[in-house]
Unconditional design. Structure first.
Length: 459
């Protein structure tokens, strides 16, 4: 019987070679050769199987019977929110994040919650011993009689444990440590990661097991291993926030059973990751009214979130000046600076500009444009904002303020936390004015960036 072999295949043109090369001889691209498993060609056997395969038949989509997929709550409201309501039996969830950010602590706590609810749970660790897992479980109060733990990296042995125990919940920590003995490459290589993930997925789907697999990231913050791993699993969750940050964000970038717009907010404490139910209040707890600080109501999925955006604009003798932000896309920041310089005549071309969002959260939605502009203008002119004011709206290249979605939810969240003044796009202002729901608040509808700065920073 022929054995499988590994080849390095170019992801651009398909050129294959038994050795890794930095530059593909076929298309001339760099760093495109990826290790893949080449399985033996069983053409004759496949031909025999084709004549016997009558199990799957095409049918009209109207005849497909929909089955209800029950959700399994994880015991963490924030994780359930990101998953779309809970775990689906037979699904596979990939959790990715920097080392030490809390992946193992979160999955171990979920395992303990499920075990206490009477479900069978198997926690497979390939990086730690069972004693180390027990020490973490004692620290985060995750000890349960029905929580089974094993330290193993051989996929065949892991599969045997799964079939013997038939758990409801399975955790693999981490997928980069698991290996198949019939593949010669080292654990963590492209072939090993992909083939092991496919086999675990098959076992989970066949037995109706909800599986978590933990993945590593590279120095660039991307998933280590093949990109196809993200296509194999049902849900991909990314942890955001540095290891030293107090708050961690869990964001779904792929979810076959829910929205990818939701985020979960966690706080790192001595007992592990703890859910943050009122993130807006927590982010604003240490805020001080000062120049260059503005509150922006952002929306992540169905959750309105008030975030403090801080800007520091200072003249510098160095050329070129710095533009630094770990919370806002730098290209977006440069665009907004150009609008302020062209339309409002704020000469920031010779100034260093630093922008950040308090709490380490990253802001991607266009509704934060107006708040960023107001914060930078306030810092540059050393002028304070109107007390208890929030601002939101998309800024166009001509300096116009465009309407954004879910304006009512944003204003309602600001009202709940005691803010009295809202600077918002004119179209959203007219919609809220017609509904007459916020008559106790002062709304400033603005159509361009000049009006917005005048409303937010009165003389």
């Amino acid at each position: 019987m022929a054995k499988s072999k590994t080849m390095f295949v170019c992801q651009e043109c398909g050129y294959d070679t038994p050795k890794w090369l930095g530059k593909c001889p076929g298309c001339g691209q760099w760093n495109t050769l990826v290790e893949e498993v080449i399985k033996p060609d069983n053409t004759k056997q496949r031909g025999l199987n084709l004549g016997l395969s009558n199990q799957s038949k095409p049918c009209p989509i109207s005849d497909v019977v929909l089955e209800k997929m029950p959700r399994i709550t994880t015991g963490s409201a924030e994780l359930d929110r990101v998953l779309g309501g809970g775990l689906i039996p037979g699904s596979m969830v990939l959790i990715v994040g920097d080392p030490g950010i809390g992946k193992s602590s979160l999955t171990l706590r979920v395992c303990a919650n499920e075990a206490r609810d009477g479900r069978k749970v198997l926690y497979v660790t390939g990086e730690e011993s069972v004693q180390q897992v027990r020490m973490r479980a004692d620290r985060i109060d995750a000890v349960s009689e029905t929580l089974m733990v094993v330290s193993e990296t051989n996929l065949e042995v892991i599969e045997k444990h799964i079939l013997d125990l038939k758990p409801d919940i399975l955790v693999i920590d981490s997928i980069q440590t698991v290996f198949r003995p019939d593949i010669q490459s080292a654990p963590g290589s492209v072939s090993q990661v992909r083939e092991c993930a496919v086999e675990i997925l098959r076992v989970a789907k066949t037995n109706g097991i909800a599986a978590f697999i933990v993945g590593h990231v590279t120095k660039d913050g991307t998933l280590a291993g093949p990109r196809v791993l993200e296509h194999i699993v049902d849900t991909v969750l990314y942890f955001e926030g540095g290891n030293n940050a107090e708050y961690r964000m869990l964001r779904a970038i792929k979810n076959r059973f829910g929205s990818t717009n939701e985020i979960g907010v966690f706080e790192m404490r001595d007992v592990g990751l703890v859910d943050v139910s009122d993130a807006s209040k927590l982010f604003l707890s240490e805020r001080q009214d000062d120049n260059g600080s503005v509150i922006v109501p952002t929306v992540e999925g169905s959750r309105p979130l008030l975030v403090e955006i801080q800007a520091l604009v200072a003249k510098t003798p160095y050329v070129p000046p710095k533009r630094i932000s770990d919370s806002v896309d730098l290209k977006r920041l440069q665009l907004l600076l150009a609008v302020l310089e062209k339309k409002v005549h704020l000469a920031m071309g010779a100034c260093d500009v630093f922008v950040k969002a308090a709490g380490g959260i990253r802001i991607d939605e266009p509704a934060a444009d107006l708040g960023i502009c107001v914060a930078m203008a306030s810092s540059f002119a050393s002028r304070p904002l109107r007390p208890a004011t929030v601002a939101f709206g998309e800024v166009g290249l001509s300096g116009e303020i465009r309407a954004v979605s879910q304006a009512e939810n944003r204003v309602r969240e600001a009202k709940r936390l005691g803010f009295k003044s809202i600077v918002l796009p004119q179209k959203n202002y007219e919609q809220l004015l017609a509904d007459k729901k916020f008559t106790d608040m002062t709304l400033y509808g603005v159509s361009n960036i000049t009006e917005a700065l005048s409303s937010a920073m009165p003389r």
